[in-house]
Ligand binder design. Structure first.
Ligand code: GSH
Length: 211
C-alpha cells in the first residue's frame, strides 16, 4: 500500500490529532514539514492551513476529513464507532471542539500568549482577560462532560478525544487556564490519563522554544 504522508508541523494541534489517529490505527506515515500560509500549503489547502494529507492518488485537507479517511481506510480500532448513535455523539463533539473550543482556547486565548502582536512581544493582557470568562465556562462544560466516563463521547477513546487532548495540553501550561483547570479534577485527570496513552505520548510535539 502507498505510504501515507501528513503535511504540516508537529506543534499544530490539528496535525497532532491526525498523528494520534494514525497511531491509534497503527498506520505508518511520513510527517513532511509544511508551514501555514505558504505557497506550498495553499497548493494543498484552499486557505493555506495545516494539515494536509497524501495517500496514493488522494490529496486531502481538513483534519476531520483526514482522520475519518484514516479510520475507514485502515483496519484497527474504530475512532468513530459503527453504531449510528455512538457515531453521532463523536461527530457532535468533534464539531463542538472545532467550531467553539479551538477558536476560543487556541486562536483567541493561546494566541494572545504566543502570537500576541504586541510591540514588545509580551502576552496581550487585555485579550487574555477578555477571553477568560468564556474560557472558564468552556472548561467547566468539558469537566462535566468527561466526568461520567473519562471520555468525551461514550465510554472509550474516540476521535473526539483525539481533537480535544492536544488543545488541553497546550492551554493547561498557561497560567490562567492552568489555574482554572486545577479546580476541575475530572478534566485534569482526563488530560493526565490521555497524555499517558501510547498514541498520544508517542506523538507529543517537541517542547515550545523558550521565549
Ligand atoms: N479546519 C482546519 C483548521 C486547521 C488550522 O486551523 N490549522 C492551523 C494550525 S493549528 C493553521 O493552519 N493556521 C494558519 C491560519 O489559520 O492562517 C482543520 O481542521 O484542519
Amino acid at each position: 500500500m502507498a505510504e501515507l504522508e501528513i503535511i504540516g508541523v508537529a506543534r499544530s494541534n490539528y496535525v497532532w490529532t491526525c498523528r494520534i489517529a494514525c497511531a491509534e490505527k497503527g498506520v505508518e506515515y511520513r510527517l513532511t514539514r509544511g508551514f501555514p500560509n505558504t505557497p506550498e500549503m495553499r497548493a494543498l489547502h484552499p486557505f493555506g492551513k495545516i494539515p494536509a494529507m497524501r495517500h496514493g492518488g488522494l490529496l486531502l485537507c481538513e483534519s476531520k476529513a483526514i482522520c475519518t479517511y484514516v479510520d475507514r481506510a485502515f483496519p484497527g480500532p474504530r475512532l468513530i464507532p459503527e453504531e449510528p448513535a455512538a457515531a453521532a455523539l463523536v461527530e457532535q463533539w468533534v464539531s463542538l471542539v472545532n467550531t467553539a473550543i479551538d477558536p476560543l482556547c487556541m486562536r483567541r486565548y493561546l494566541y494572545a500568549h504566543v502570537f500576541p502582536g504586541t510591540p514588545d512581544g509580551a502576552p496581550d493582557g487585555a485579550a487574555i482577560a477578555a477571553a477568560l470568562p468564556a474560557l472558564g465556562e468552556q472548561l467547566d462544560l468539558l469537566d462535566r462532560s468527561v466526568a461520567p466516563t473519562g471520555h468525551l463521547a461514550g465510554d472509550g477513546f474516540t476521535l473526539a478525544d483525539a481533537f480535544l487532548v492536544p488543545i488541553l495540553y497546550y492551554i493547561a501550561r498557561l497560567p490562567e487556564a492552568g489555574r482554572i483547570m486545577a479546580g476541575l479534577p475530572a478534566l485534569t485527570g482526563y488530560l493526565r490519563r490521555h497524555l499517558a496513552r501510547p498514541s498520544v505520548a508517542a506523538t507529543e510535539p517537541p517542547p515550545p522554544k523558550p521565549r
